[in-house]
Design a binder for this molecule. Structure first.
Ligand SMILES: Nc1ncnc2c1ncn2[C@@H]1O[C@H](COP(=O)(O)OP(=O)(O)OP(=O)(O)O)[C@@H](O)[C@H]1O
Length: 415
C-alpha cells in the first residue's frame, strides 16, 4: 500500500460546484438582480443627472438586512461608471464607504479626500490633522478635480449612532461651498427611524429622495437562488425543491437574501463533504442547524464576563444531571464561581436581567414549571450541548481556571 497523503481524505470526491463558487458568496454581484428592477430604475433616474454634469439629489435608502440595498447601489454604480465613458459631460467618481469600518467623521473625510490625491506624500494621514485642515484639503482637492462625486455611506445609521450627525452636516456644507465640483450622498440604513436622530435641516437635505426596500417573499427568493444556482452549481445537483426549501426558510426569517444564499451554499458544501451527487432536503436542514449553532457560538463568545459565569453555572448544573435549577440556586452557584476567580458578584437582580437577556438571545431557555403543592420554579436549560458551551466559555482567559470545577447533585460546588 502506498503512503496516504494527509490531504487525500479531505479532497472532495465530487465537486457539485462549477468553476464559479464565488457566485454563492455574499460579495458576488450578479449581472441581474431579480425583483429589484424598480429600485434600480428609480436610482438610475436620480443619478442620470450626474451624466448631464449636474448634482443628483441626495438619497436615503432604507430596508431590513439582506434586502439588496448594497447590491443595488453597487450595481447602479457599476452601470454609471460604464455610462460615464460614453455620455458624461463631467467626470464622475462613485465612492462606496461602509460606516461599520469607516466610522468616524475624520476617517470619512480622509477616505473621501484621498480618492482625489494621487501623490502618496500628500495623502491625508489616518490620524493627526485637525478637522478643519482635513475639511479644507478635501474641499480644495475635490473642487480642483472638477466633477461630480456620488458618495455612498452604507450603514449610515451606525455612523450617526456613534458620532452624531455633524459629519453629514459637513458633507452638505462641502457640497455647497465648492465652485466647480458637486457632491451627492447616498445613505443606506437598516433602521427607518435613524433620521429621528438628525437635525431637521440635515434630515430634509439628505432625504431629498427616499427609497424603501421591502423584504423578499419566498417566491422572490426562489428566483434569486435559481439565478445563482445556474451560475455556480452543476446541472441537476440542486433541485427546485431544495431551492424552494431554502427560500421558504429564509422568507420566514425576515426575507433576507443573504441568509437564503448562505443556507444554500452551506447545504451544498455539506452534501459535497458527504460525497453526495445531489443536495437533498436533509442537507438543507443540517445546514440550517449549523448556521444556528454558529450564531449561538458567536453570541456566547461575545457575552460579558458575568453572563458567561452565569452560563457556566447552568452548564455545570446540567452536567451534574440535575433537571431543575431555580434562579436562587443559580445565583448561589454564580456567586461562588465569581468569588473563585476574584470577581465581585453582581446583585441577584442584575443576574436575573442577565438570565432574561440570554433567554432573549436564545442561548438558554427558561420555563416556569409547577410542582403541585411545592409551588412553581423556573427550569433553565442550555440551547447547546453542555460540553460545547463549556468549551466556548473556557476560551475566555479569565474563566479558564474554572475548568476543573464540578457540581454535585445537591448543587454544591466542588473544586
Ligand atoms: N435581487 C437580488 N438578486 C440577486 N441577489 C441579491 C438580490 N438581493 C440581494 N441579493 C444578494 O443577497 C446578499 C445580501 O444583499 P445586500 O448585501 O445587498 O443586502 P443589504 O440590504 O445591503 O443588507 P445589509 O443591510 O445587511 O447590508 C448579497 O449577496 C446580494 O448579492
Amino acid at each position: 500500500m502506498g503512503q496516504v497523503n494527509l490531504f487525500e481524505k479531505h479532497m472532495r470526491k465530487l465537486s457539485l460546484f462549477k468553476g464559479n463558487r464565488e457566485a454563492l458568496y455574499p460579495d458576488y454581484l450578479p449581472d441581474s438582480l431579480p425583483h429589484r428592477e424598480k429600485e434600480i430604475d428609480r436610482l438610475a433616474e436620480i443619478l442620470v443627472t450626474a451624466l448631464e454634469g449636474n448634482k443628483p439629489s441626495n438619497v436615503l435608502i432604507f430596508g431590513k438586512t439582506g434586502t439588496g440595498k448594497t447590491a443595488v447601489v453597487r450595481y447602479v454604480g457599476r452601470e454609471l461608471k460604464r455610462a460615464e465613458k460614453v455620455y458624461a459631460k463631467k467626470k464622475i467618481e462613485y465612492i462606496y464607504l461602509n460606516c461599520e469600518t469607516v466610522d468616524t467623521p475624520y476617517s470619512i473625510l480622509q477616505n473621501l479626500g484621498n480618492y482625489f490625491i494621487e501623490d502618496w506624500d500628500e495623502k491625508i494621514p489616518f490620524t493627526g490633522w485637525p478637522m478643519d485642515k482635513v475639511f479644507s484639503t478635501v474641499k480644495e482637492r475635490i473642487d480642483e478635480w472638477n466633477g461630480i462625486v456620488v458618495l455612498v455611506l452604507d450603514e449610515i445609521d451606525k455612523l450617526v449612532a456613534k458620532s452624531g450627525d455633524d459629519i453629514l452636516y459637513q458633507l452638505l456644507l462641502l457640497d455647497s461651498e465648492m465652485k466647480n465640483s458637486r457632491l451627492s450622498v447616498i445613505g443606506i440604513s437598516n433602521e427607518l427611524k435613524f433620521t429621528d436622530l438628525l437635525d431637521p435641516r440635515v434630515k430634509s437635505r439628505l432625504g431629498q429622495e427616499k427609497l424603501i426596500f421591502s423584504p423578499y417573499n419566498a417566491f422572490q427568493l426562489q428566483d434569486i437562488l435559481s439565478e445563482r444556482v445556474k451560475i455556480a452549481v452543476k446541472d441537476d445537483a440542486v433541485s427546485d425543491e431544495v431551492i424552494s426549501i431554502c427560500a421558504a426558510i429564509a422568507a420566514q426569517e425576515h426575507g433576507d437574501a443573504r441568509r437564503a444564499i448562505d443556507l444554500l451554499r452551506i447545504s451544498i458544501e455539506i452534501a459535497e463533504r458527504e460525497g453526495a451527487e445531489k443536495v437533498t432536503d436533509r442537507h438543507v436542514y443540517l445546514a440550517k442547524n449549523k448556521i444556528e449553532m454558529d450564531c449561538i457560538t458567536e453570541a456566547i463568545k461575545t457575552l460579558p464576563l458575568h453572563s458567561k459565569i452565569v452560563l457556566l453555572g447552568i452548564a455545570l448544573n446540567e452536567e451534574a444531571g440535575n433537571n431543575t435549577l431555580t434562579t436562587g440556586e443559580l445565583y448561589h452557584i454564580y456567586s461562588t464561581l465569581s468569588k473563585r476567580i476574584g470577581a465581585s458578584p453582581l446583585t441577584q437582580r442584575r443576574v436575573s436581567d442577565l438570565i432574561s437577556d440570554m433567554d432573549m438571545l436564545g442561548l438558554i431557555s427558561t420555563k416556569v414549571k409547577s410542582f403541585g403543592r411545592y409551588g412553581r420554579t423556573k427550569i433553565i436549560e442550555l440551547a447547546l450541548p453542555v460540553q460545547e458551551v463549556k468549551k466556548i466559555i473556557f476560551e475566555d482567559e479569565f474563566l479558564a481556571e474554572l475548568n476543573e470545577v464540578k457540581l454535585a447533585s445537591q448543587k454544591k460546588l466542588f473544586f
